[in-house]
Design a protein around this ligand. Structure first.
Ligand SMILES: [Zn+2]
Length: 231
């Protein structure tokens, strides 16, 4: 039986409810960053979840709908561990090139597939390739999700390997950063322990994306976020 990370209670906690409802008036530490992992779950996700569990770290996962169905156990584990879960479409297209109806289908179908596993529909959305425009934002807002981008920083897809991920991800990190990583690369999980250690040694607290915004009124549907509020 897995134990939950960080919150120390014996029942599953929905990440959004935890961030927005369970700690009214809670003050987040000044230096927070959010680790986010896109494109999973994949065969590398279980190892990543082991690492996060060992280091008592919660993260945010943006899931591909069919992957969520295929790797149901990983999604349930993310959910029960208190990680935040977001929508990352069905087939990972450039949404800005699609007609509105297809954009809506990509977002809604993936949300349904995630909800089929977890129960609640996700409240976070990340567009593949960061490709978003006013139409995409409008559809995401109608689906009652916030658009979560990332802060100028990492690029684990360009800098494979622990040392280079380390350098590329860590160099530009600032308080409130939303750090983009991918659990579809074999090279990413091995880089994560050091990433966490270095961030913590610099005084950063690792939180989920909803937690990053918990003291500033929360995330709003259809709004685009690149980083957390300034401390
Ligand atoms: Zn992606």
């Amino acid at each position: 039986m897995r134990t939950q990370r960080d919150n120390g209670v014996g029942r599953p906690t929905a990440p959004t409810a935890h961030a927005l409802g369970a700690h009214p008036g809670r003050q987040l530490p000044e230096k927070c960053v959010a680790l986010t992992f896109d494109d999973g779950p994949t065969r590398y996700t279980a190892a990543l979840l082991d690492i996060l569990e060992r280091s008592h770290t919660r993260a945010t996962f943006f899931l591909i709908g069919p992957h969520a169905r295929r790797h149901r156990a990983d999604v349930l584990r993310e959910y029960r561990d208190g990680d935040a879960i977001g929508d990352h479409t069905v087939t990972h297209p450039h949404l800005t090139l699609l007609p509105r109806s297809r954009i809506a289908l990509q977002i809604d179908s993936a949300a349904q597939q995630i909800a089929w596993v977890t129960g609640p529909r996700p409240a976070l959305f990340r567009p593949p390739f960061g490709a978003s425009d006013a139409r995409v934002q409008e559809v995401v807002g109608t689906a009652r999700m916030a658009v979560v981008m990332w802060s100028p920083s990492p690029q684990d897809w360009k800098h494979h390997g622990p040392t280079s991920i380390d350098r590329a991800v860590l160099a530009p990190v600032q308080p409130g950063a939303i750090i983009l990583l991918h659990d579809r690369y074999a090279t990413t999980p091995p880089a994560v322990p050091r990433l966490i250690d270095v961030l913590r040694s610099r005084g950063y607290h690792l939180v989920t994306v909803p937690e990053l915004f918990a003291t500033s009124g929360g995330l709003r549907s259809g709004i685009v976020y690149h980083r957390g509020p300034s401390p």
